[in-house]
Design a protein around this ligand. Sequence first.
Ligand code: AN0
Ligand code: CP
Length: 321
Amino acid sequence: MKSFINVEDLGPLDKAMAEAFEIKNDRFKYQHLGKNKTLMMIFFNNSLRTRLSTQKAAMNLGMNVIVLDVNAGAWKLETERGVIMDGDKSEHLLEAIPVMGCYCDLIGVRSFAGLTDREYDYAETVLQQFIKYSGRPVFAMETATVHPLQAFADLITIEEHKVVERPKVVLTWAPHCRALPQAVPNSFAQWMNAAPDVDLVITHPEGYELDPKFVGNAVVEYDQKKAFEGADFIYAKNWSNPGVTNPADYGKITSKDMSWTVDTEHMSWTNNGKFMHCLPVRRNLIVTDDVIESPNSLVIPEAANREISCSVVIKRMLEAL
Ligand code: AN0
Ligand code: CP
């Protein structure tokens, strides 16, 4: 595997899932694969889970790990070509990327959407430059439009906790005080569409339609209560306006409707549904204290599975070196 961005990069999902459970049972089974190999993790944005779980996965596989926080200690990077670099940016990404590639065997990149230019974000401009100029296999650690390591962990979590063969999974928008990317819901929808035994329903206020290439065959239901009825899993997430119905709204907050916050009444509409969120989560905006602390909350096992999803991805990349 030369890059990991979309669900198709993993090949058949059943095989990837089997590998995930194999690794979960024996995390150090493939420790020989990473001997004398170096992973470089590059963060343009903050992280708790991705930083720790990716490093842990790489260590389980016997790798050395270098972490670079671009905004804390590195030179400020220019990303556009043709700019006269007389501002505060001392180095161009087009030199920085191949230099980083010299010191490692694999690269993980976190670079969020700017949320001002939809075309730039949806072209995955920064990630594509890493793929093109680093000379190394590259995986997304949440980029402008996708978060595949999260979606893979979510699928593992659903598989572990489902009590019916074909669960109803509901992706619900919830209110938030800051504009957030669409990467998590995009990838979640993409992966749930790819999973053979999941019925996916997406619910959000009108105007928050996700890009059709991620929505796929999911049912979109604007009535949140109807969407929740009979649900086995509730996957809550805020995202800013994707600019699909109105391009001028891209990256903006066009609803703060607190009736969408997932509380115990919302959960009572479900089929004893489990609650999921990728974290970090702002309590009492996205979800109430009661719901996130309830026995049906899966947020911690979900985060734990990030080590597993990442182990499969790094293992596949090491095997292909
Ligand atoms: C990010 C987001 O919504 O994409 C990261 C989630 C994993 N969340 C925040 O920036 C709060
Ligand atoms: N879920 C997730 O990716 O969390 P971090 O932003 O803390 O890495």
